[in-house]
Design a protein around this ligand. Structure first.
Ligand code: ADP
Ligand code: MG
Length: 247
């Protein structure tokens, strides 16, 4: 995989993501919950990082902070060379729109729009002309093997196909960071493997960094590296089991 392991920490290229001392709590008084209790995390360019841990361990909260959706209470996050704390709300919104692609557990497709319209949506919202946006969308659908289904509506597609449309939508603006929150949790085993093969072979190309949050052990072997969370802290990191499926 070209570029996959190009940055090994000894080079001076800054990582795609660098979080230091990140803390985040929700609620107040007796209802206060510490979701993150001091997280340090680097994600290298070109890397597919799996962020794993039990439900409630803070994975989605950390992803939301990296995506500039949530602000940490303490700590810093530099994403693609930008310090998120230095951005105002408008800059954060633009950053989310152009720098980052998202894939969610529940696909989040609009059921009344065709596959190509769903994929084109981030470009249309960003003000791109419709013809060019739809052409880009069809290219992105080709990349995920759905070139023949551009005019299908999401309810006409299987769960695995809908998630592939969502992957095309996440890639259509060529983001340098793609964040996936439990992308296989709604899928059967075979569709989950297909989706992870796409994430490994298509999403993670060139200098693009990918973070996949999951608690699905069936897909652990797809990562270049696994970081484990528990109760708001990182409890370990390492290489996945190289004897497993996916290598
Ligand atoms: P994970 O994605 O690993 O399941 P989350 O990041 O969603 O974990 O949640 C971490 C903790 O923070 C949990 O205890 C959860 O209940 C709490 N939490 C997350 N988001 C909110 C919120 N918006 N309001 C209140 N508590 C929240
Ligand atoms: Mg979550």
């Amino acid at each position: 995989m070209p570029g996959a392991l190009a940055v090994d920490g000894t080079e001076d290229v800054p990582p795609a993501v660098r979080c230091r001392g990140v803390e985040k709590a929700f609620g107040a008084g007796a209802a206060r919950t510490s979701a993150l209790r001091g997280v340090d995390l680097d994600v290298r360019r070109g890397e597919l990082l799996l962020l794993v841990g039990p439900s409630g361990s803070g994975k989605t909260t950390l992803l939301s902070i990296i995506a500039a959706i949530l602000e940490p209470d303490t700590g810093t996050c530099e994403v693609l060379g930008q310090d998120l704390a230095g951005m105002n709300e408008r800059a954060r919104a633009l950053f989310r729109r152009w720098a980052i692609g998202f894939v969610f557990q529940s696909f989040n497709l609009l059921p009344a729009l065709t596959a190509e319209e769903n994929v084109a949506l981030p470009l249309l919202i960003g003000g791109k002309p419709r013809g060019g946006a739809l052409a880009r969308a069809r290219d992105a659908l080709d990349q995920v093997g759905l070139g023949g289904r551009s005019s299908a509506l999401p309810p006409e597609l299987s769960g695995g196909q809908q998630q592939r449309v969502a992957i095309a939508r996440a890639l259509v603006h060529d983001p340098k960071l793609v964040l996936c929150d439990e992308p296989t949790s709604s899928l059967d085993h075979a569709s989950g493997l297909t989706v992870m093969e796409l994430v490994r072979n298509v999403v993670r190309t060139g200098e693009r960094a990918v973070v996949v949050v999951t608690h699905d052990p069936r897909i652990f072997s797809f990562g270049d590296r696994i970081v484990r969370m528990n109760d708001g802290v990182i409890v370990g990191a390492g290489e996945p089991d190289v004897t497993g499926e996916g290598h």
